[in-house]
Design a protein around this ligand. Structure first.
Ligand SMILES: Nc1ncnc2c1ncn2[C@@H]1O[C@H](COP(=O)(O)OP(=O)(O)O)[C@@H](O)[C@H]1O
Ligand SMILES: [Mg+2]
Length: 403
């Protein structure tokens, strides 16, 4: 596949540093100042990364939207003065990245590399789409944690976007049925949720689930939690099993977000998962709860599919990493740094930080989890692991379900 590097600006003199930065990646951008020529170059390219610089007399977001929807084989990087850059608008316009000018050289180089990777993934997806019918079931990953506020939803949402950037079809299922906030993290307003899917008969024929999914501009699709906490009552474990079954037939990855308590819905999700990410943090109450959570899942025969993610990783007086591993009795699979400013403002704006802050350490940690999971995937075949049925019938565990 040949990748063309195109650029559009109303002032060639203003893009020399960008041109120089991109050439460090071994690519040369062909800059155009005429829209007709740009469109022609985009149409002729087998695939292309297009830099669009804002300028006078045109709306760069509109232009981005137009190009990215007209030409499926291109990705667009926006170049906009930092003080004017609106990431949310950029994302809704379909941009793969946006750089605030004057950007540092490393930032432009990174944006160019990321964009090329996204483009290759997109092209692979486009060419693979026709053979989708024969695809195997997708993988199910449940984000679990025994405490509220530990970062489960943050991880579920951002990991979903990171996986979708690598060309996978990703769904997020919000099983925090009473107080789920996945829709808020994505700033989408659900009309239908898992509750409607259950109420409207949840016909199990293939494709039915499509009508209930909310599409996010990142490519991730969401099945939100019910709009009211009391609606959660009608959703039983059997519904959760059915909905996961439908989702994994339609998506490459199903990411399940869960509440802090081990309710039946979560247990069904855990049973159906190939991967369980147990989110923990560096404080003793959380570590103690995580240890109990791990022991519970161990007694249910699920320990081998569990991976521990240490969130808000920061230097804490009196607690070290090896102490954490000793307390919980498992190795740490991945660490996510504590970056309050980035993470909290991303939630408040409703833009996952892997989109709004592509180069922060916290974003890199999420991409690293995504790639570790995928490299595991290449080693482990996608066979659902059987749990000994007797373990699920233990009265002790049935009695802790709250429904
Ligand atoms: N790595 C992090 N650094 C800083 N703040 C974080 C981090 N992870 C999560 N948070 C913040 O913690 C709060 C709780 O996170 P959330 O994902 O909703 O937790 P949970 O789903 O486990 O209840 C949110 O305000 C979120 O922005
Ligand atoms: Mg949550």
């Amino acid at each position: 596949m040949t990748v063309h590097w195109l650029g559009y600006t109303d002032n060639i003199g203003s893009v020399t540093t960008i041109h120089a930065a991109v050439s460090r990646t071994g690519n040369s951008v062909q800059w155009l100042t005429d829209m007709t020529n740009l469109r022609k170059a985009a149409a002729d390219a087998e695939s292309a990364v297009i830099f669009l610089k804002s300028g006078i007399g045109y709306d760069v977001y509109d232009l981005c939207r137009d190009l990215s929807f007209t030409f499926p084989q291109v990705v667009v990087i926006l170049l906009i003065p930092a003080e004017e850059l609106n990431y949310k608008k950029a994302m809704h316009a379909g941009a793969v990245d946006a750089v605030g000018l004057p950007g540092a050289e490393t930032e432009i180089v990174q944006a160019a590399r990321d964009a090329e990777q996204s483009l290759r993934a997109k092209m692979a997806r486009l060419t693979g789409e026709s053979s989708r019918e024969q695809k195997a079931d997708g993988r199910v990953l449940t984000v679990y944690g025994t405490k509220g506020g530990v970062g489960k939803t943050t991880l579920a949402v951002n990991l979903a976007v990171a996986l979708s950037k690598s060309g996978l079809r990703v769904a997020v299922l919000d099983l925090d049925l009473q107080f789920g906030d996945v829709a808020i993290f994505f700033d989408v307003q659900p009309k239908r949720t898992i509750y409607e899917w259950v109420k409207e008969g949840q016909d199990q024929s293939a494709g039915e689930i499509d009508r209930y999914m909310i599409h996010h501009s990142s490519g991730v699709e969401i099945l939100p939690a019910p709009l009211r906490p009391e609606f959660a009552e009608v959703i039983g474990g059997e519904h959760v099993g059915l909905v996961i079954g439908q989702l994994k037939r339609a998506y490459d990855y199903v990411i399940v977000d869960t509440p802090p308590s081990l309710v039946e819905a979560s247990l069904v999700a855990l049973e159906n998962s190939q991967d369980i990410l147990m989110v923990t943090a560096m404080d003793l109450p959380t570590l103690k709860n995580s240890k109990l959570g791990i022991e519970t899942l161990e007694s249910l025969g699920m320990k081998d599919r569990m991976k521990v993610v240490l969130n808000r990783d920061t230097k804490v007086e009196g607690i070290h990493l090896d102490m954490v591993e000793n307390i919980i009795g498992m190795p740490i699979f991945a660490r996510i740094p504590s970056e309050g400013k980035v993470v909290v403002s991303s939630v408040n704006r409703g833009v996952p930080f892997v989109l709004s802050n592509p180069r922060e350490a916290v974003t890199r940690s999420i991409f690293s989890i995504a790639s570790k999971l995928q490299s595991d995937l290449r080693r482990i075949p996608n066979v659902p692991k059987q749990i000994p049925q007797h373990s699920l019938r233990k009265p002790l565990f049935r009695s802790i379900f709250k429904r």
